[in-house]
Design a protein around this ligand. Structure first.
Ligand SMILES: [Zn+2]
Length: 263
């Protein structure tokens, strides 16, 4: 019963070998696709994480600036108190002056301290308005931060899901590919893998499309096309080295008939 299954790889017909190779390539391409899919999401998650960190740092920085402005306001309030105390003191002294000159000196001091108070009040107004605009900035940034955090949560879940989903799929494909590889003779498998590795689109085996190689699109001479359709020999494209099969073997409808009908 197991006779058919345990066939030695070298006993396979060329047609069977080519079919196995094409199936293997389909699986390997699927695995590549999964990797690509996963390859973009981690990057998006990383970007969002960076943005969240950046926004948090920025909010903390503004909070620090507000604290500094508040302490400046407190300092100015103390300066106002000091100046007002001086004014009171000078006014009391004016009641006990011995001459006009002393009185005038005190008047000048009072004027100076009054200006000091006004200057401090002006600074307090400036600091306060600066605090207000910084608080608005914090609000705006906090809003953005909350949105980004939500995005991040979503993308992270998406990534976790894809990873857990594709992990199973990828493992299944890898197991299948491994089983299939065991049925292909090592020399042919090595050659196929080498061609695949060197090709930019990951195709080591391809089928004839519009009389041309499906990998490099160079025309294939009619005699060679005939040999490919016979499925008796392993034939490679003379330009790119890819193993060639006919569309039917790849499970694809040949386009030639369609084309000639249209013309
Ligand atoms: Zn080619």
């Amino acid at each position: 019963m197991a006779k058919e299954v345990k066939k030695d790889p070298s006993e396979l017909s060329v047609e069977e070998k080519l079919k196995a190779l094409y199936q293997l390539q389909t699986m390997l391409s699927e695995i590549d696709k999964i990797k690509t899919l996963r390859g973009e999401l981690p990057l998006e998650v990383q970007d969002l994480e960076d943005e969240v960190t950046g926004l948090s740092t920025r909010i903390e920085k503004i909070k620090g600036e507000i604290e500094e402005l508040k302490s400046n306001v407190a300092t100015k309030r103390i300066e106002i108190e000091t100046a007002k105390a001086s004014i009171d003191k000078y006014k009391a002294q004016q009641d006990n002056v011995r001459n006009n000159r002393e009185y005038d000196v005190l008047t000048k001091e009072i004027e100076f301290q009054t200006l000091e108070v006004e200057l401090c009040e002006k600074r307090i107004r400036e600091y306060t308005s600066s605090i207000e605009s910084k608080q608005e900035e914090i609000e705006k940034n906090t809003h953005t931060l909350e949105e980004r955090k939500k995005d991040l949560e979503m993308k992270k879940n998406e990534l976790d899901e894809i990873i857990s989903e594709t992990k199973q799929e990828e493992e299944k494909l890898r197991d299948k590919a491994k089983a299939l590889e065991a049925t292909i003779e090592p020399r042919l498998l090595q050659a196929f893998k080498r061609i695949r590795k060197n090709s930019r689109n990951g195709l080591g085996i391809t089928y004839v499309q519009r009389d041309a190689c499906g990998g490099c699109f160079n025309k294939i001479p009619p005699q060679k096309q005939l040999d490919i359709r016979m499925r008796k020999k392993i034939i490679v494209c003379e330009y790119c080295g890819r193993i060639m099969i006919d569309p039917e073997l790849a499970g694809v409808m040949p386009e030639r008939h369609l084309e000639t009908k249209v013309k």
